[in-house]
Design a protein. Sequence first.
Length: 157
Amino acid sequence: MYGYYTIKIMKCTNSSIGKMLIDIICEFYENDRKARTFGTGTELYHSEIHMLQCIMEHPGLHISGIARELGVTRGAASQTAKRLVRKQMIVKEASPGDEKKIILRLTTCGKIAASNHKNAHKKYSAMIGSLLSGANTEQLQFLSSFLLRLKGALEKG
């Protein structure tokens, strides 16, 4: 597939760039949807690994706080937390300051998964940095502007 795009770059049109971008997004989405073990031997899905990451980055948050951070409902966060408890990635504990509130804490496996997930993001960043290393300031500004506009358009629906 890489060779196909190398050839297509010679015939650079809005349509060919659009197709290339959609193909890349689809490929990334397909890869991201797959369950991964992140070094633990237990399959974790997108929502689960991102909850582990959130718990790692915001220790002591209760389920409502995690839901806010992730931009999901309390119900969705609660269901994901239940799956992570069953998978022995997190434990639920009473909050030290308020016995009524439950906080989520990573287990050793949860810490391994979250850490490996964070490292995967670092690898993506390094790969993108390497690909952009030859770009000049004008090219980087154009790409940044394009990506921001694309993100905004996608958010609008």
